[in-house]
Design a protein around this ligand. Structure first.
Ligand code: NAD
Ligand code: 2HG
Length: 527
């Protein structure tokens, strides 16, 4: 049997290559190539092991004719086009915990560095200036740390900050009161955090909701003299607004490990007094790099040699017998979880997964994992069907699984309900034929649709002329409608529309759609 061939395309601890070889793979380590070089080479390989320097685009995946698995030695997978990888049947794995402590420690180091201006003081002292009177710092003891994102890294930062005698106020939509008490932090909404924090540290993935979470508007809500640290992802802070805040003196200091555009070889922030930066070093310790290298090589080799799946972001872990039966249910479950999470608002702390008819006979665990993965994917890069139930439990999300043996209108049905402050919200779906996932209900209104790609959800008053107005608006913007589905409670009452389009809908078109006559709500969805 020919050995699987793996390419390590980013600098990685040598333990990775050793493990690949020991587990029966051939391995090449070729780093620093251009995308064109990688594209020319990738066709030879079954596995690609990366850190953050390699970007795996749809174009590279197109050329990856033998590729079976991409392994990210680290957490963030924003440098991998996961939908394109899934489309090509390539499993994408990461190592969700191997560098969490290291990154949390870097955030703490930057908090201390920015409190005492250590880099500037060091540079000027070594230049022979002895500038003692220019560097008056602040203590962190007794100060309030605003934690945006209280997942793996955020919770470690919180524990270290508490050890430094800081008070910690946390904002995270998945943080429950119980988990906050367990962590020793105070749960807050974003505005409260912004108005109270002396230091703010970010620990969320970069998503549509977190992009520019520290926008000019939100930075203006911070306390004068705030100090800001970002060791998560560039793009969470508006860098131009940060620069203005530092220049005006409203922001007393900032430290970035990550930039919107990397490598950041130039930035208006460079040279700004009280600005510190590091070149995406959050995960760069010997310990973390050994952890993630060993883990990624073990996981990838296990998949390539034995077919075992661990920490995959786009594939469930399943036994060989169950897999074919469960596959269409998993797809339906993930889409329903994603839909309800995109549509329901507020602090979502309880989710119920019902299986009726044929679905009640199946193993509920993978279906539950798939619903939870779809539900939480919007909030975390690291969630997958394997770790979603664990993460849900850790974060205090109440998960109920219910089975009804009898058949209703449909021979098989999954229903996902979340508790919100406005009451329960549920969506349901079935399989058409043996394996075509199909939505059949949103919030009590019957509607049949495929949940796929880019979609628009509209709530409107059922009245003549609406379809023409909506079609006209999208047509004016050259947006092609693929499918159009309607549902309503009763004639002339509240109606919903789900339509699929061929490309993402720009924000201004969503705004204009929201102003059309009869429209109550418009939301862009993606699957
Ligand atoms: N600088 C580095 O080298 C480095 C190293 C490791 C990880 N990271 C990055 O750090 C980030 C956090 O990693 P993690 O392992 O803690 O991830 P995680 O998934 O465990 O935690 C992320 C948390 O962010 C929360 N969140 C999501 N959307 C939010 C929102 N709109 N507002 C507030 N909170 C929100 C989630 O609920 C979750 O609790 C990731 O972006 C990761 O890529 C950077
Ligand atoms: O590999 C690195 O150095 C950075 C990793 C980090 O950004 C991550 O998301 O794990």
């Amino acid at each position: 049997m020919t050995k699987p061939k793996v390419l390590i395309s980013d600098k990685m601890d040598p333990n990775a290559a050793r493990i690949f070889e020991e587990r029966g793979c051939d391995v090449d380590v070729i780093t620093g190539e251009t995308p064109e070089q990688l594209k020319a080479r990738i066709g030879e390989y079954d596995g690609l092991a990366i850190r953050s320097s390699t970007t795996v685009t749809a174009e590279i995946l197109e050329a990856a004719t033998n590729l079976k698995v991409i392994g990210r030695a680290g957490i963030g997978v924003d440098n991998v086009d996961i939908p394109a990888a899934s489309g090509k049947g390539v499993v994408v794995m990461n190592t969700p915990f191997g560098n969490s402590i290291t990154t949390a420690e870097h955030a703490i180091a930057l908090i201390m560095a920015v409190a005492r201006q250590i880099p500037a003081a060091n540079a000027r002292t070594q230049a022979g200036e002895w500038p003692k009177s220019d560097f008056m710092g602040v203590e962190v003891t007794g100060k309030t740390l605003g934690l945006i994102g209280a997942g793996n890294i955020g919770s470690i930062v919180a524990s270290r900050a508490l050890g430094l005698k800081m008070k910690v106020v946390a904002f995270d939509p998945f943080l429950t009161e119980d988990r906050a008490v367990e962590m020793g932090v105070e749960k807050a909404d974003l505005d409260t955090l912004l108005s109270r924090a002396d230091f703010i540290t970010l620990h969320t993935p970069l998503t549509d909701e977190t992009r520019n979470i520290l926008s000019a508007e939100n930075l203006a809500k911070t306390k004068k003299g705030v100090r800001i640290v970002n060791c998560a992802r560039g793009g969470l802070i508006d860098e131009a607004a940060l620069k203005e805040g530092l220049d005006s003196g409203h922001i007393a200091g900032a430290a970035l490990d990550v930039f919107a555009k990397e490598p950041a070889k130039e930035s208006p922030l460079f040279g700004t007094p009280n600005f510190i930066c590091t070149p995406h070093l959050g995960a760069s310790t010997t310990e973390a790099q050994v952890n993630v290298a060993l883990q990624v090589a073990e996981q990838m080799a296990d998949y390539l040699v034995n077919g075992g799946v661990t920490n995959a972001l786009n594939m469930p872990s399943l036994s060989a017998e169950e897999a074919p039966k469960l596959k269409p249910y998993m797809a339906l479950a993930e889409k329903l979880g994603s839909l309800v999470s995109q549509l329901a608002h507020g602090n979502l702390t309880e989710i119920t997964i019902e299986r009726s008819g044929a679905a009640a006979e199946l193993n509920g665990k993978p279906i539950e994992g798939a619903v939870l993965a779809g539900f939480m994917r919007r909030y975390s890069d690291t969630v997958n069907m394997v770790n979603a139930p664990y993460l849900a439990k850790e974060r205090g999300l109440q998960v109920r699984s219910v089975r009804f043996e009898g058949e209703g209108v449909y021979h098989t049905l999954l229903r996902v309900t979340v508790a919100t402050s406005a009451g329960p919200r549920s969506v349901a779906g079935t399989l058409f034929g043996e394996n075509a996932p199909r939505l059949v209900e949103i919030f009590g209104i019957g509607i049949e649709a495929d949940l796929d790609g880019h979609m628009l959800y509209v709530v409107n008053q059922d009245a003549p002329g609406f379809i023409g107005r909506m079609g006209g608006l999208l047509g004016q913007h050259d947006i092609n409608i693929g499918t159009f589905h309607l549902g309503r409670r009763e004639a002339g009452g509240e109606a919903i529309v789900l339509l699929s389009v061929d490309q993402p809908i720009p924000a201004e078109v969503i705004d204009q759609a929201g102003k059309l006559e009869g429209v109550k709500l418009v939301k862009a969805l993606s699957f």
